[in-house]
Design a binder for this molecule. Structure first.
Ligand code: PRX
Length: 663
């Protein structure tokens, strides 16, 4: 490091607030600081600004119907189609401009550009193909696809014919796919033969078929030939398996009129982890969700049609839904999509992509930023990243050091960094600074977006003082909010509303949304989200329920009981620590440990792989029999143990500690 670099590092380390760069403000989509007040004064009509970014086939009569909380309805009476909003309306003027720049993982020119016209054509053909298979409006179509163009194509084809999609992350296991197909009663699956990971073709279809084997109803399956080599394509075709290529061929040149969907009609389902073993089917709608995805892309990510915008998430998670597909395409921009990992074939890959495509925004997760930091700046310095105008982070708290590193080394101190807090359930961003307005404070997401009402409260629901920790809540509804959990209104109320609402009231002022995150707020109203307060872990920005992992572990032969907690991890943020009691007659040995790890991978996927499996004779329990997870977390982190006096079995703690250390 040169002397000036050292000085710069020292200055950055001390600085705890940053102003948006002047060059950015000059050209930003949203620049008027009055927007916060205007939205407040004009609530909920302020959200018309979001709805105005879309094209409606029927105007809505009412912005918000809050007469039956928490079942809010947005843009009531409006009609639109998400696929038409993302494609058809851009054809005139932007038809020949790239909609998707797709980069395959292999480096031998395995890239594809889809202009808006080309994307429109293929979406129409696939929509016609889906119809021919029998897919009707409101049928849930499951998409188990990796980061290949056919995933957004299938999403938009579903949206076109009014069939909600349920995307299952390709890294999830066969069992996870089966559970989601079953829960959504989904009779259609789009998957692929395989894809590339670190240079090797990966068999995806076997996972899909194993998943299908456990589904109680029959499922028509369309297979995308990603690997496209005869010998790699699965052979077990039945009457219910169809080739994507053949289906397109049959419907070459077809046009499918986009179906008019009510604003409140379901656009998609997304399963996410909760506190029970059963994932939650989060329901998002056509009008509210799409307008929120579009508005936040416009206001926070500063997306403009002429941009080449790069979100390095996976479409299998909500970030990719809202900010690779729906938000950017609704705004008619060019969205980049990369199949592989940032370090394949080497650590230059992302920077090469940014340089080659002249990416204007980069939106990624803190876990990735922490890896980049660890790799060092040499990979970055050999690339011209000056096309970047804005940086964003999402998915987990970002520590100030990582924020500043991102700001300095990737953004070259000339890009604002937006730290965006939101969830699968919120549909889009909720807390963040607007990039041209107000200071950025590393480590804290920022104030609620205009029109969003959030606070940090204590257990009784009273606001906490500045600097104190409490629970994050949203006091008012917003257009992108989930409408319910699929076919489970009771769980919807219990999980998100019961804690802080008067559930007997039909006055929406008595209803408060609880996202199950801990937070603190500073004197300027900036909110720092501290992490989950329920039994959900955040591993590399991926959300995993401890119960899901525990039930996978107790399903392994020889395991009597298990408790899973999150331990701190330098790169992943949190890592899975499993404490396991064996059944009588089973040895605590390497074989069992391996079977436990394999059991978790089979039930969920490699992302849930335990960092450590600690065998223990007992779990620390309160007198009422509740596992004291906090103690297990302390042990995982090698922290001082808190109070153990309320335990039924205090002696077990030091034993577990010893076992964990010798692990
Ligand atoms: O705990 C919060 C954390 O991620 C959770 C939501 O996870 P998921 O539904 O998978 O959506 C991730 C992408 C939006 C939240 O409850 N989280 C998300 N963003 C942040 C965050 N924690 C702190 N800061 C953030 N910016």
């Amino acid at each position: 490091m040169s002397e000036t670099d050292v000085e710069l590092e020292a200055r950055l380390a001390e600085q705890d607030a940053f102003d948006p760069p002047e060059s950015f403000i000059q050209q930003a989509n949203v620049t008027d600081p009055e927007i916060y007040q205007q939205f407040e004064d004009n609530w909920p009509r302020c959200f018309e600004q979001a709805a105005d970014l879309l094209s409606w086939t029927d105007d809505y009569d009412q912005v918000l119907d809050d007469s039956n909380p928490p079942f809010y309805e947005w843009f009531v009476g409006g009609e639109l189609n998400a696929s038409a909003n993302c494609l058809d309306r851009h054809l005139e003027g932007r038809g020949d401009e790239p909609a998707i720049e797709w980069i395959g993982e292999p480096t031998d020119e395995d890239n594809r550009t889809y202009t808006y016209s080309e994307l429109h054509r293929e979406v129409n053909e696939f929509a016609a193909g889906l119809r021919a298979l029998g897919v009707e409006e409101d049928d849930v179509v499951t998409l188990y696809l990796p980061m290949i163009p056919e995933l957004p194509i299938a999403m938009l084809a579903c949206a076109r014919i009014g069939a909600p999609h349920s995307v299952v992350f390709a890294g999830f296991s066969a069992d996870a796919l089966g559970t989601r197909l079953e829960a959504a009663d989904s009779e259609y699956l789009v998957t692929c033969d395989g894809y590339y990971r670190r240079g090797d073709p990966l068999d995806h279809f076997s996972k899909a078929s194993d998943g299908l084997a456990n589904v109680s109803h029959s499922v028509d399956t369309v297979i995308v030939e990603r690997l496209a080599k005869e010998d790699q394509i699965p052979h077990n075709w039945t009457e219910q398996t169809h080739s994507y290529a053949t289906l397109l061929e049959k419907h070459r040149g077809a046009t499918v009129e986009p179906i008019g969907r009510d604003a409140e009609d379901m656009l998609f389902l997304m399963y996410t982890s909760g506190t029970t073993g059963q994932p939650k089917g989060v329901k998002h709608t056509t009008g509210g969700y799409l307008s929120w995805a579009a508005w936040t892309s416009h206001a926070v990510l500063d997306v403009k049609p002429e941009d080449t915008y790069f979100c390095a998430a996976d479409i299998g998670w909500i970030t990719g839904h809202s900010y690779i597909v729906y938000g950017p395409l609704a705004l008619g921009t060019t969205t980049m999509m990369y199949e592989g990992t940032p370090d394949y074939p080497d650590r230059n890959r992302l920077w090469e992509l940014i340089e080659t495509y002249e990416a204007t925004q980069l939106y990624t997760a803190p876990t990735a930023i922490r890896s980049f930091m660890k790799w060092g700046t040499e990979y970055i310095e050999s690339h011209d990243l000056s096309s970047l105008r804005l940086l964003g982070t999402v998915g987990e708290p970002i520590n100030p050091r990582a924020w500043k590193w991102y700001y300095k080394h990737i953004g070259e101190e000339s890009c604002p960094v937006v730290d965006t807090w939101w969830q699968t359930e919120t549909g889009g961003m909720m807390l963040t600074t607007l990039p041209a307005i107000g200071e950025m404070k590393p480590g804290t997401a920022g104030p609620p977006l205009p029109g969003v009402s959030a606070d940090v409260v204590d257990v009784r629901g009273s606001p906490v003082a500045a600097g104190e920790a409490g629970y994050l809540v949203a006091n008012k509804p917003w257009p992108g909010m989930l409408r319910t959990l699929y076919q489970n209104d009771d769980r919807f109320i219990n999980e998100y509303w019961r804690e802080y609402s008067n559930t007997d009231s039909d006055d929406s002022a008595d209803w408060v949304y609880f996202p199950e995150d801990g937070a603190k707020i500073d004197g300027d109203g900036y909110i720092t989200v501290l992490g989950r307060v329920d039994d959900v872990l955040n591993v590399s920005g991926h959300r995993l329920g401890t119960m899901e992992i525990e039930s996978a572990i107790v399903g392994v032969e020889g395991v009597a009981e298990a408790a899973v907690v999150g331990g701190d991890h330098e790169i992943k943020g949190e890592a899975v620590y499993a404490y396991v009691i064996t059944e009588d007659g089973y040895k605590e040995n390497e074989d069992l440990r391996e079977r436990i790890v394999a059991g978790v991978e089979d039930a969920i996927g490699p992302i849930a792989r335990p960092e450590a499996v600690v065998f223990t004779p007992e779990l620390p329990k309160t007198r009422s029999g509740k596992i004291m997870r906090r103690l297990l977390e302390n042990i995982a982190n090698n922290d001082e143990l808190g109070d153990t006096s309320t335990l039924r079995n205090p002696d077990v703690v030091s034993e577990i500690q010893q076992k964990a250390q010798s692990n």
